[in-house]
Design a protein around this ligand. Structure first.
Ligand code: HSE
Length: 309
């Protein structure tokens, strides 16, 4: 195989009760990444389309993740990367993660898969560190593993795949503003009261239980954030109103997607999802807030190969 093109999807993380550890892979937003073998023993980014991002391999997450991989293998050739961004950077649905994970996944395929999925998460995390200022794997893990994941630790890196309730779907609304992950992380207070820690742990535990039991009432009671969302809500236009309108339209839960500004709602049927989509979209339109809104089921497969040559 000389070249490969993959679709690397977006992701929703935190899910309110699992800051930096929970993530879910989306179906219908993502980047297309093409990687080709070259004779030179180096990484180059040939093109970036869709959004104005650097081709500097030391500043573009694809280049950074690819270099992390290259350090772990001795080969006499290199790779050229072409990036077609389908996810706007700074949108809260894992734009950088899609690029870095898609790149290392593609390179691994071209090499005959010497690396494990966990290795690919590690390489991709170097890109996440570069854009956000700290290591976290909650976006890259669900893209690489597919489905819903919980990152138990990033030290030895332990990723737990969780069950996907069959009717679960997400409604995502993205106001057309950019919030840099690094900025959104700066507003999060670094100390948590013990009472809040207790409640957040209980919510996370019961959310995981709700995935196994497909108990959507329990899910609704669990997807709540007393720790991070209160600090970040002011960054997102109309967050409180969108939350209220979405809940009134029947959504199971509503929260900030990743570091924002996207907002996710959960539903377990398409009629409710459409109702939520229409009502929140109508609200943003009435406020003249440009936005993109879509419905996605959980993508159990993660990154998909589109073409090989
Ligand atoms: N868990 C991260 C955050 C996701 O909320 O900052 C952003 O990449």
């Amino acid at each position: 195989m000389e070249s490969i093109k993959v679709f690397s999807p977006g992701s929703i993380t935190n899910l309110s009760c699992g800051y930096d550890i929970l993530g879910v892979c989306l179906e219908n937003r993502g980047d297309e990444i093409k990687v080709s073998k070259t004779n030179q023993k180096s990484i180059t980014i040939k093109s970036v389309n869709g959004f104005n991002l650097t081709k500097d391999i030391y500043k573009n997450v694809s280049g950074i993740a690819a270099q992390a991989l290259m350090k772990k293998i001795d080969i006499d050739h290199g790779f050229e990367i072409e990036i077609n961004k389908g996810i706007k950077p700074g949108s809260g649905i894992g734009s950088s993660a899609a690029s870095s994970a898609g790149t290392v996944f593609a390179i691994n395929q071209l090499l005959g898969s010497p690396f494990s999925l966990i290795d690919l998460v590690k390489f991709s995390m170097e890109g996440e560190k570069f854009v956000s200022g700290s290591f976290h794997a909650d976006n890259v893990a669900p893209i690489i593993f597919g489905g819903i994941t919980l990152v138990r630790t990033i030290r030895e890196l332990d990723v737990v795949s969780l069950p996907i309730p069959k009717d679960l779907e997400m409604i995502v609304i993205r106001p057309n503003i950019e919030i840099k992950t690094a900025d959104s992380r700066k507003v999060v207070k670094k100390k948590v009261k013990i009472e809040k820690m207790t409640q957040q742990s209980a919510n996370l535990g019961s959310f995981v239980s709700s995935l196994y039991s497909e108990d959507y009432d329990l899910m609704s009671r669990s997807v709540i954030d007393q720790v991070v969302e209160p600090d970040r809500a002011f960054l997102i236009p109309e967050f409180d109103n969108i939350q209220r309108i979405s809940k009134n339209s029947g959504s199971i839960a509503v929260g900030i997607s990743g570091s924002g500004p996207s907002i996710f709602s959960l539903s377990n049927n398409r009629i409710t999802s459409n109702k939520v989509l229409e009502s929140i979209s109508q609200h943003y339109s009435s406020m003249d807030i440009e936005h993109d809104v879509f419905i996605s089921k959980v993508n159990s497969g993660g990154i998909k190969i589109i073409e090989t040559k």
